[in-house]
Ligand binder design. Structure first.
Ligand code: ARG
Length: 352
């Protein structure tokens, strides 16, 4: 821990051009604390810096140009489930900002708090007797856990799951999110009137709550964070993957395409129209979203900024390329070094 703490504290003082004598002092203090108790505590400013750099280091993220704008809510002092729930609702409201989404992270006490949800807002998935799924198949296991805890789902395609909060070794508690807090976008298409009959929608803000944040040797197990969506996440994956909402066949048929052929590219045509509908609907409702071409251009600016700051950009090519027309972006045409730097976000073992 001491080595990681020293590296991080140095980085914080250097990058922010803070006085060297203060750095020496802070290092002494941190070393003393770690030697005495095996731990130390970040200042709120160190924590905010760490969370932002962790975003900058997120190899899978194409949206990193905006890493410095991350809004950081320091919630480390809260250790009761009900107040954590209130703070999560505050996060949702602040981040949603009536559609003008603000990238935000709420950071809770490092070791004692766990949020069981994958994202704060997510649709439930229910397995039917015949093996088919209603709702989001990505949520099957978590939905079962919620039901075990006493939650009752409506069995619909788009049921919002409750927040499940665990403090220390206590039994996790679930809380429903009042619907005023949840912004959703009903999907329609600029030319196809029939598109509304599909009754598709998606929620506005993806708030990842299952990953840990590692800063200077301290692991924050509950640190939900959000940006805004890139359209393809919804239009080319969530609603399109055959193991998720699997909408391409019905869209292809509604377009009057022959879905028995591969070579007429009906899947590709349906995919493009679905993605047009996603971007069009979010834009029309004033909800922040970015198309993959603009996102790639922004990522290029991020790469240039990092080069000017004499930092190497690391990246995971397989995640950075968009799932739609990847070769139309510059990302496709160059390699990325997937070395993982700290501070960083990473996966942690599921609590259930
Ligand atoms: N791909 C995930 C989803 O579709 C969200 C991941 C985070 N995305 C983001 N734009 N910050 O729900």
């Amino acid at each position: 821990m001491l080595d990681e703490a020293v590296d991080f504290i140095k980085m914080y003082y250097m990058e922010n051009n803070l006085p060297v004598d203060q750095l020496e002092e802070r290092l002494k203090e941190v070393e003393k604390d770690i030697r005495k108790s095996g731990q130390y505590t970040h200042t709120s400013d160190e924590l905010a810096f760490g969370a932002r750099v962790a975003w900058r280091n997120s190899n899978r993220c194409i949206g990193r140009l905006f890493w410095q704008t991350l809004q950081v809510k320091d919630q480390r002092s809260i250790l009761d489930e009900e107040t954590i729930y209130e703070k999560l609702l505050e996060h949702i409201e602040f981040a949603t900002n009536e559609g003008k989404i603000r990238p935000t992270i709420s950071i809770f006490e490092p070791q004692k708090v766990r949020i069981w949800n994958h994202q704060l807002i997510r649709y439930a998935g229910y397995e039917q007797e015949d093996g088919t799924v209603i709702g989001d198949s990505d949520s099957l296991a978590f939905t079962k856990e919620c039901i075990k805890l006493g939650w009752h789902g409506n069995g619909g395609q788009f049921d919002i799951l409750p927040l499940v909060i665990q403090v220390e070794n206590r039994k996790p508690r679930f809380f429903d999110i009042p619907k005023e807090y949840i912004k959703e976008v009903p999907l329609r298409h600029p030319e196809f009137d029939w598109f509304t009959d599909l009754h598709l929608k998606w929620y506005a803000v993806p708030i990842i709550s299952s990953m840990k944040l590692e800063v200077g040797g301290i692991t924050y197990g509950a640190a939900p964070f959000n940006g805004w969506y890139m359209g393809t996440e919804i239009g080319a994956r969530n609603l399109a993957d055959d193991y998720r909402y699997n909408m391409l066949p019905i869209i292809g048929e509604s377009m009057g395409l022959d879905t028995s052929s591969n070579a007429n590219l009906w899947r590709d045509r349906a995919l493009v129209e679905l993605n047009i509908a996603v971007l069009y609907s979010f834009k029309e409702d004033g909800v922040s979203i970015v198309d993959h071409h603009t996102a790639a251009q922004q990522f290029k600016r991020f790469e240039a900024n990092e080069a000017s700051a004499n930092r190497d950009v690391t990246g995971n090519w397989t995640w950075l390329i968009p799932p739609l027309s990847p070769a139309t972006t510059h990302i496709f045409h160059r390699p990325y070094d997937n070395t993982k730097n700290l501070p960083g976000y990473s996966h942690q073992k599921r609590p259930y």
